[in-house]
Design a protein around this ligand. Structure first.
Ligand code: PLP
Length: 393
């Protein structure tokens, strides 16, 4: 079937809640994708960061195959070995925490918000989040995501969410009161436009949380798992949160989320406090464990740092960079290219027409976040196309 035929079927059978590109992707290998008409694409966005090792990575194919032949879902009233392996790997790469597994970044944040509230005690329930932050679409996570176009139509949201500007310690301090339970912040904002924290900001947030006995939640759904050039974004800033949330890359493309909390916080979740039927199911957990094992063994975080420097250098050298590009920001392979033009959609379309997948957020910030495994010739070719697309748009 062709793109057109499949799109027509999609439109009469699925909810139209996503802005769609006119391609039905049917096969992927590394950072190459093919649609139903046989057109090839190079992928600089990795499925919103999910396919951090690209498509059909041999280690993940082996992990899913092995586990699918051994054991599928067991209820969480039983122990299962892949969860243990995955949680232990997180402890080694992040900090001494305890893992709760779910399916998505939003659910991980829901768990973190609940943990912040239950650990704060009676009368303390407020969660402070940041302007332009993004934490997911479920009602609690959405309440922490103060973007009017995402919230509109869903009021009333969960009460008790306060929003302050990102990277503004004075505003954060002013917002804390006796009812505050916690703070949720992305180490680098993703959806908000790849916004970097000022020097000392995250350390300052940590200090305020310590001073007022608040739960500090780092939403590392985008910045986790090697993307920024360290295992976790927090490691650039030398700050350890009380709770870290993960999603996207942790599953390598499978639906996996995790709330990872310091033991003294995690202890507030007792049997029955929170749960997720399929969270940490053996197949997803085995794939996630293989993602982290590959990341560590192949030092893909270092690779992200090295390739990120190459990408920034190449983009700065685009022949029309001075007039077409306002700023490049980010770390590793988590980069935002702010265009001089107010709208990035024409660049995204021009790129797609030429067989390149990129994304624009905040209207005019192109996000470059390929698989950390992207080979250098593919990356180079993708950047050639990006240059042409920016020129053409
Ligand atoms: C920082 C951040 N947190 C949470 C989420 C929500 O993740 P999910 O779509 O898996 O629910 C996202 C999604 O883009 C995100 O960027």
């Amino acid at each position: 079937m062709t793109n057109q035929e499949l799109i027509a079927r999609h439109q009469s059978a699925l909810v139209g809640n996503y802005g769609k590109q006119p391609a039905v992707l049917i096969r992927g290998e590394g950072s190459h994708l093919w649609d139903a008409d046989g057109k090839e694409y190079l992928d600089l966005f990795a499925g919103f960061g999910g396919t951090i090792l690209g498509h059909a990575h041999p280690a993940l194919v082996a992990a899913v195959t092995r586990q699918a032949q051994a054991l599928w879902c067991v209820g969480n009233q039983f122990y299962s070995e892949p969860q243990i392996r995955l949680a232990e790997r997180l402890k080694r790469l992040a900090f001494d925490g305890r893992a709760f597994f779910c399916h998505s970044g939003a659910e991980a944040n829901e768990a973190a918000i609940k943990l912040a509230r239950i650990s704060a005690g009676e009368g303390r329930f407020k969660i402070i989040s940041m302007h332009k932050g993004f934490h997911g679409r479920t009602l609690g996570a959405l309440s922490a995501t103060p973007t009017p176009e995402y919230q509109k139509g869903f009021y009333p949201l969960t009460p008790g969410f306060i929003h302050v500007p990102y990277s503004d310690l004075a505003a954060l301090e002013a917002a804390i009161d006796d009812e505050t339970a916690g703070v949720i912040v992305e180490p680098i904002q993703g959806e908000g436009g790849i916004n970097m924290p000022d020097d000392g900001y995250l350390k300052g947030v940590r200090a305020l949380c310590d001073q007022h006995n608040l739960t500090l939640i780092f939403d590392e759904v985008w910045t986790g798992c090697g993307r920024t050039g360290k295992y976790f974004g927090q490691q650039h800033y030398g700050v350890t949160p009380d709770v870290m949330t993960l999603g996207k890359a942790l599953g390598g493309g499978m639906p996996t989320g995790c709330m990872f909390a310091r033991p003294e916080k995690a202890a507030f979740f007792k049997p029955g406090t929170h749960g997720c039927t399929l969270g940490g199911n053996p197949v997803c957990a085995a794939v996630s464990a293989a993602v982290l094992e590959t990341l560590e063994n192949d030092k893909l975080h270092d690779r992200a740092a090295r390739l990120g420097t190459i990408v920034v250098g190449r983009i700065k050298g685009f022949k029309n960079a001075a007039t077409k590009i306002k700023q490049i920001r980010g770390k590793g392979l988590f980069l935002g290219v702010e265009l001089a033009a107010a709208d990035g959609a024409p660049v995204v379309q021009a790129a797609l027409a030429r067989g390149l997948i990129v994304n624009a957020t905040q209207k005019n910030v192109l996000r470059i976040a390929p698989a950390l495994t992207i080979d250098e010739p593919t990356l180079s070719k993708a950047l050639d196309i990006l240059e042409q697309a920016i020129d053409a748009a």
